[in-house]
Design a protein around this ligand. Structure first.
Ligand code: CP3
Length: 350
C-alpha cells in the first residue's frame, strides 16, 4: 500500500523499515562517506584512520557530506566496525583494513578480554551521534548507527587480518568450537551495549554488518550466527529503533536471516530481490541491492536498474533502496548521484 502525501525523509525511512505505507522507497548507500568523494579525501588527509574516527568534528563533517554532495536521504555515523574493539584490550591497526597484532586463538586470550562500557571507552562515538542528530532534526533526515556483527568481528580477531575465505576462523569453528563460542558470546555483549548506547545518543535506525557470515554453509549459519543475530534483535527490541541486518555473500542464507527478528534484511547484490520479496516480503522489509560496480554504468542504465529494483521491491512490506554492499573507492561520483536521483524519481509512477 502506498501513501500519496510526500513524507519527510525521516518518516519515509522509519516507515519503510517497519513495513508501513510510504510514498516511495527511501534511499541511502552503505559506505556513502568515503574515498570516492574528493571532499572526504580532503578532510581525511593522512591522519591515521582510527584517529580520524575519534576526531569528532571531522567525523561529523564527513558523515554529512553525502547529503549535500550526492543527495542521500539518510546519514550513517562515520566510524568503523573496529572502533570499539581496542577497548577490549586488543591492539588493532588499519593497513588499510583492520590488522590485529595478536590474533585470538585460545580460550585464555578470550577470557582476558575486557568488558568495557562503550559510553566510557568510546565516548566520542556518542558525541558524534548527538551532534549529528542536532544537525539533522531541522532537516527531518534520519540518523543511522551501526556495529560490526560478532561473527565478522571474530573473523578479523581470529584470522588477524582480512582474507578472501578466512580459513583460520573456519577451521576454529570445527577444531576449537569452545574458543569461538566464548569469543562470540563476549562480542555479542559488546555489540548489544554498543548499539543500545548509540540509540540512546540519537541513532534512529541501527544496522548490523555481518560481512563474512556468508562464508558459512546454511547449517553452520543457523548453528553459529543466527542465534547471535536473534539475541541482538531481542535485546535491542525494535520499538526504539528498527534493526537492519546485512549479511555479505549470503544468497543461500536469506531465508534463515528472516528468522533473526531484524526488521530489515539488507541483501547482498547476488540475491534476486524480486524472489526474496515474494518469499519473505510479508514478514520483513528489504534493503538493497544494486551491485556497487553497477555505479560505473552510464547514468541511464543506472536509472533503469533503479526502476527495476523499485518494481521488484514492491512485493515486500517495505523496501529501502541501497547497494548490495558498500560504495567502492574507485566509484565515479556521477554514478552515485545518478543512483540517488533515479531513486528520488522512482516510485512516482504506479
Ligand atoms: O557506511 C558508511 O559510510 C559508514 C562508515 C563505515 C566504514 N566502515 C568506514 C571506513 C562503515 C559502516 C564501515 C563498516 C566496515 N568496516 C565493515 C562492514 C561493512 C563492509 O563494508 O563489509 C568492515 C568489514 C570494515 C572493516 C574495514 N574498514 C576494512 C576491511 C577496511 C579497509 C578496506 C576499505 O574498504 O577501505 C576499513 C577501512 C575503512 N572503513 C575506510 C572507511 C571510509 C577506508 C579508510 C580510509 O579512509 O583510508
Amino acid at each position: 500500500m502506498r501513501v500519496l502525501k510526500p513524507l519527510s525523509p525521516r518518516e519515509r525511512l522509519l516507515r519503510a523499515c517497519r513495513g508501513e505505507p510510504v510514498d516511495r522507497p527511501p534511499v541511502w548507500l552503505m559506505r556513502q562517506a568515503g574515498r570516492y568523494l574528493p571532499e572526504y579525501r580532503r578532510v581525511r588527509g593522512d591522519i591515521p584512520f582510527l584517529e580520524f574516527c575519534r576526531s569528532i568534528e571531522r567525523a561529523v563533517e564527513v558523515s554529512l557530506q553525502p547529503v549535500d554532495l550526492v543527495g542521500s536521504e539518510a546519514v550513517i555515523l562515520f566510524s568503523d566496525i573496529f572502533v570499539p574493539v581496542p577497548s577490549l584490550g586488543v591492539e588493532v591497526d588499519f593497513r588499510p583494513g583492520p590488522v590485529v597484532a595478536q590474533p585470538i586463538r585460545s580460550l585464555a586470550q578470550v577470557e582476558k578480554l575486557r568488558a568495557p562500557d562503550p559510553r566510557e571507552s568510546v565516548p566520542f562515538v556518542f558525541e558524534i551521534l548527538r551532534r549529528l542528530r542536532r544537525e539533522l532534526d531541522s532537516r527531518e533526515l534520519p540518523l543511522i548507527g551501526f556495529a560490526g556483527a560478532p561473527f565478522t568481528l571474530a573473523a578479523y580477531l581470529v584470522e588477524g587480518h582480512g582474507s578472501p575465505q578466512f580459513p583460520v576462523l573456519r577451521r576454529m569453528l570445527y577444531a576449537a568450537p569452545d574458543v569461538l563460542r566464548a569469543l562470540l558470546a563476549r562480542l555479542t555483549d559488546l555489540v548489544v551495549r554498543y548499539l543500545d548506547a548509540q540509540i540512546e545518543a540519537g541513532a534512529q535506525v541501527v544496522q548490523l554488518f555481518d560481512t563474512w557470515a556468508g562464508l558459512l554453509p546454511e547449517a553452520e549459519y543457523r548453528q553459529w550466527v543466527l542465534p547471535v543475530h536473534r539475541e541482538i534483535a531481542a535485546k535491542l527490541g525494535s520499538a526504539r529503533a528498527p534493526l537492519v541486518l546485512f549479511v555479505g555473500g549470503g544468497p543461500h542464507l536469506v531465508d534463515a536471516m528472516a528468522e533473526s527478528g531484524a526488521d530489515v534484511l539488507s541483501l547482498d547484490w547476488r540475491v534476486d530481490l524480486a524472489s526474496a520479496a515474494q518469499r519473505l516480503g510479508s514478514r520483513v522489509s528489504l534493503q538493497g541491492n544494486l551491485d556497487p560496480c553497477a555505479l560505473s554504468a552510464p547514468p541511464d542504465d543506472i536509472a533503469r536498474r533503479v526502476r527495476e529494483l523499485v518494481a521488484a521491491g514492491r512485493a515486500a512490506r517495505g523496501h529501502v533502496l541501497n547497494l548490495g554492499h558498500g560504495v567502492l573507492p574507485d566509484t565515479p561520483v556521477e554514478g552515485v548521484r545518478a543512483f540517488v536521483s533515479a531513486a528520488r524519481e522512482a516510485g512516482g509512477e504506479t
